[in-house]
Design a protein around this ligand. Structure first.
Ligand SMILES: [Zn+2]
Length: 346
């Protein structure tokens, strides 16, 4: 079947998972500004491919295709999906700003950080009942200056839109260099972790329910270390839609502070706000009809800053048996139908 392409994902991730990374404060403000949705729509597909041209008018309008793939049988144990992370600076230089932020996961080097980040993402998947986990098979600095001096700004767009026969030689050279790196380590999925302050402002996955040659994710600098955001983009590759996300209401604690409010699962994009006017907190779980959260769970919560901005920070939430989905909101089912297929991409 035809996958739903990049532009859709890129445009609609803004409200919940996109962020401008010029600064943390600006990031959070932009993450909830509706005007940003328009801004990300200016990313033009590199081809005239019909699947690339339809950007949805609103974040929640992406239709799930009526034709569905034959689900792959799910084996007994978790399936391993090989992940390769690429970034444009020397490892510790690239990590430096995250290392001094609340998103460092307690790490002081890139070598410490990435395994903790992937471990956090795996906890979201396994804790939700998904029969797959990510294995970091490689991470490295890439420099494609010899192929194209503008490679760094082009790569996120190539990841979102792919390369087609009308692309120029430089774009094809970038693409083949990245493909060779992927093949070298047999990575099922590549994640490009961008430099701070680069365009586009949103994170994105190339395709929802990606095929082997669409298994690319590009992350903004400060989007990458948010566990629920990386889990979200990988969820797109594995077939989950924003519509699969669930919004619940419960009394729960955020770092010990009681709330009586709404919460959302990882895939949910919504313009709804909490009673305090902040974007709904992300509980680090995917939706499913039988999924519940009872006890402590990691959550990524938007907090107001003294300066008036809003920042998303990793916290712990405490629930007393609250639902994580229903029959209509089942990201776990969508993802479990794809884990085996994606694990066999390389
Ligand atoms: Zn999304």
């Amino acid at each position: 079947m035809t996958a739903v392409w990049s532009l859709v994902v890129l445009a609609i991730t803004v409200a919940g998972c996109g962020r401008d990374d010029s600064s943390d404060e600006a990031a959070a403000t932009n993450a909830i500004a509706p005007t940003n949705v328009t801004a990300t729509n200016t990313i033009a597909p590199t081809s005239a491919a019909a699947t690339n041209t339809a950007a949805p008018p609103t974040p929640t309008s992406t239709p799930r295709p009526t034709a569905t793939r034959e689900p792959t049988p799910v084996p007994a144990g978790p399936v391993e999906i090989a992940l390769q992370v690429l970034y444009p600076q020397a490892p510790d230089d690239h990590f430096e700003r995250v290392g001094t932020s609340e998103r460092s996961l307690g790490a002081s080097t890139m070598a410490e950080f990435l395994p903790r980040l992937i471990e956090g993402v795996n906890e979201v998947y396994l804790g939700s009942g998904i029969n797959g986990q990510f294995v970091l098979v490689d991470h490295r600095q890439i420099d494609l200056n010899a192929k194209d001096p503008n490679w760094e700004s082009k790569l996120p767009f190539l990841f979102m839109n792919g390369v087609n026969p009308t692309s120029n030689d430089q774009e094809r050279a970038i693409w083949s260099a990245v493909s060779a790196l992927r093949d070298e380590v047999a990575a099922d999925i590549i994640v490009f972790w961008r430099r701070p302050g680069t365009e586009p402002s949103a994170n994105g996955a190339a395709a929802i329910g990606a095929e082997a040659e669409e298994a690319f994710v590009q992350m903004t600098y400060f989007g990458m270390p948010v566990i629920s955001t990386l889990a979200h983009e990988l969820g797109h590759i594995l077939g989950a839609y924003h519509e699969d996300g669930y919004i619940g209401t419960a009394r729960f604690d955020v770092d010990g502070e009681p709330r009586d409010d709404r919460y959302r699962t990882v895939m949910t994009i919504t313009s709804e706000m909490t009673s305090e006017g902040a974007p709904l907190p992300y509980i680090r779980r995917f939706s499913s009809p039988t999924g519940r959260v009872d006890g402590e769970v990691g959550c990524d919560v938007y907090l107001s800053l003294m300066s008036g901005g809003i920042r998303q920070v990793p916290l712990t939430c405490l629930f007393d048996d609250a639902p994580l989905g229903d029959a209509e909101h089942n990201a776990v089912g969508a993802i479990n139908a794809n884990v085996v297929r994606v694990s066999q991409f390389r």
